[in-house]
Design a protein around this ligand. Structure first.
Ligand code: URA
Length: 192
C-alpha cells in the first residue's frame, strides 16, 4: 500500500500482471495493462489486446493502433505519451474473439481503479464493449456516439472502435474525427 493506504497505479499494474481471475490468463503471453501518462487529462479505453498487443505488452500497437495514433495527432494534437490508453480486458481473448461477460466482469475492477487513479477529465471509449461497460447500457455505439456523457467526475465521449473504422472508412472515419474534436474541446473546458 502507498502512503495513506491508497493503491498506486504501479501497485495496480503489479497486481494485474499476476492476475488469474479468469480463463484468459491461461492463453496470454503478456498482460496488457495500459500505457501513457499516469496523470493524463485524456484516457482511451479499447476492448482488449489482439495478437500484436499480447506480444508487445502494450495496447493498440497493431493496425487499429496506427489509426488511433494518427487520429489522436491530427484531431487532438496529442500522442500516446500525453494520454493514457487501456482496455476493458487486459489479456488477449483467443483468436480475437469478443471478451466474454465473465471475463469483462473479472477485469472491470482493474479498469475502474485505473480511471479513479488517473482521474482523466475526458474518457474516449472505443467501440461497444468499453462504451456499454462504462455507461452501463445495452445501447449500441451508433446511437450513443455524437454526445458526451458524465462518468464520475469525467466526461465520456463514445466513438467507434478503430478496427471498425478501418473496415467501414468514409463516413465512420469522419464521425470518429468529429468525436475526437468533441473530446478535445471538453479537455480544454474541464474540470466540471
Ligand atoms: N483493439 C483493442 O481494443 N485494444 C487493443 O489494445 C488493440 C486492439
Amino acid at each position: 500500500m502507498a502512503a495513506g493506504g491508497r493503491t498506486t497505479l504501479e501497485q495496480l499494474r503489479t497486481s494485474a500482471l499476476g492476475c488469474t481471475q479468469c480463463a484468459l490468463a491461461e492463453g496470454r503471453t503478456q498482460v496488457v495493462f495500459g500505457v501513457g501518462d499516469d496523470h493524463a487529462d485524456l484516457m482511451f479505453v479499447g476492448e482488449g489486446p489482439g495478437r500484436e498487443e499480447d506480444l508487445a505488452g502494450e495496447p493498440f500497437v497493431g493496425r487499429s493502433g496506427k489509426l488511433l495514433d494518427r487520429l489522436m495527432i491530427e484531431e487532438m494534437g496529442v500522442d500516446r505519451t500525453e494520454c493514457y490508453i487501456a482496455n476493458v480486458v487486459k489479456c488477449r481473448p483467443p483468436n480475437n474473439r469478443n471478451p466474454a461477460p465473465a471475463e469483462i466482469a473479472a477485469c472491470r475492477p482493474y479498469l475502474e481503479a485505473q480511471i479513479a487513479l488517473i482521474a482523466p477529465k475526458v474518457i474516449i471509449t472505443l467501440g461497444n464493449f468499453a462504451t456499454q461497460l462504462l455507461l452501463d447500457t445495452g445501447e449500441g455505439i451508433r446511437r450513443l456516439r455524437g454526445s458526451a456523457y458524465p462518468y464520475e467526475a469525467a466526461r465520456l465521449v463514445p466513438t467507434y472502435h478503430p478496427a471498425y473504422v478501418l473496415r467501414a472508412g468514409g463516413e465512420a472515419m469522419a464521425e470518429m474525427r468529429a468525436d475526437f474534436v468533441r473530446a478535445k474541446k471538453l479537455v480544454a473546458e474541464g474540470p466540471w
